[in-house]
Design a protein around this ligand. Structure first.
Ligand code: NAP
Length: 338
């Protein structure tokens, strides 16, 4: 379809049932809706790439969190990169690519607020990954929360994912020694050869995480960037250095639990090592996003920051692509190409 051809029907994925445990494809329903005529100031966009992200599990759980849950029957939320196909807003012309929080649907109408026009000389899909939400998460979660110093050891869980693969590279740019944890030999291979991790291990084939961390971090751990939580994080607590910093980015190992997991209670280690643990949300840093994207764009251009996209084809595969995150299917940023 050309950018000027007007579609009649919008396909959307609505939440059908709240998942219990691991989400299922049947928790989502493909529905069709009409596309309204534009009012002055509005634009109609067609999705080019839609993002699937672990945080969406929290949005469909119905539990109190930092954002309102998706209600049953409501279109799933999420970020996208879309092309303007009709415009009654002078700031946007048909053909422009924009970054838009449009949800799981093929078309969206926007009043132009919160739309970011994208530079077409850079692959536009990067606005969902390295130069978008997950890249910013890596940047601020590492630099602002952990404040790593040259020569320090930085350990990253979820190290081959969208956030973790970028965290390790930023830590290297800052002169740190990096150790990654991921769930596959192919992932370990990629992060050590392409992302510059100095050492890494596959937690799915390692019996004693604490012993492995001691072996790979002979000088102890100064910074820990936590994407997964659970037993891996318990093991990190046993190898901390004095005045270490822990950035709690995500706890994906716990997202599908139906009741809280009981683990070792190691907060005493924080006293012994005078360690700091801090959770953060990337959305709190949006006023500084432009500055971070500028710096990371330069790193990408200079070849200092590599990224990988895990592209799933087809709008109808949104639920499957999302659920696959919890099986560790992706290397790098998982994106659905529409
Ligand atoms: N705080 C914030 O503002 C913020 C923003 C963005 C993301 N996050 C969080 O950051 C984390 C990473 O997000 P992402 O977008 O970069 O996702 P991602 O790492 O690209 O994808 C998810 C990965 O999590 C791992 N995983 C899945 N189930 C697991 C389990 N039970 N135990 C251990 N690892 C598991 C899998 O890798 P393996 O094969 O290695 O297991 C999978 O590939 C998530 O926890 C997410 O919620 C937080």
């Amino acid at each position: 379809m050309s950018p000027t051809q007007r579609p009649r029907v919008n396909r959307q994925f609505a939440l059908k049932t709240r998942p219990v445990g691991l989400p299922k494809e049947s928790d989502f329903e493909l529905v069709e809706a009409p596309i309204a005529e534009l009012k002055d100031g509005e634009v109609l966009v067609r999705a080019a790439y839609l993002s699937v992200d672990p945080y969406m599990r929290g949005r469909i759980s119905g539990m109190k969190s930092y954002a309102a849950p998706v209600e049953i029957g409501q279109t799933m939320v999420g970020g996208g990169v879309a092309q303007v196909i009709e415009s009654k807003n002078a700031a946007f012309a048909p053909g422009d690519f924009v970054d838009i929080y449009m949800g799981w649907q093929e078309y969206a109408i926007s009043n132009g607020k919160n739309l970011r026009k994208l530079d077409p000389s850079v692959p536009v899909s990067t606005a969902l990954g390295v130069l978008g939400m997950t890249g910013l998460t890596a940047y601020f979660g590492l630099l602002d929360v952990c404040d790593p110093k040259p020569g320090e050891t930085v350990v990253v869980s979820g190290a081959a994912g969208a956030v973790g693969s970028i965290v390790g590279q930023i830590a290297k740019i800052k002169g740190c020694r990096t150790v990654g944890i991921a769930g596959g030999d192919d992932k370990i291979e990629w992060i050590t050869t392409e992302c510059g991790y100095d050492a890494a291990f596959n937690y799915k084939t390692t019996a004693d995480y604490a012993a492995k961390l001691k072996e790979l971090c002979p000088n102890g751990i100064d910074c820990y960037f936590d994407n997964v939580g659970g037993p891996l994080t318990d093991a990190v607590f046993t190898a901390l250095n004095v005045h270490s910093r822990i950035s709690i980015c995500g706890q994906i190992s716990q997202y599908n639990n139906t009741k809280p997991e009981m683990g070792p209670r190691l907060f005493g280690a924080l006293i012994v090592y005078r360690a700091k643990v801090q959770g953060f949300l990337v959305s709190d840093y949006m006023s500084r996003a432009a500055e971070a994207i500028q710096e990371m764009s330069a790193w990408v251009r200079e070849g200092k920051l590599k990224y990988r996209e895990d592209i799933v084809e087809g709008f109808e595969n949104m639920p499957k692509a999302f659920i696959g995150l919890f099986h560790g299917e992706n290397i790098g940023k998982r994106i659905v190409k529409i």
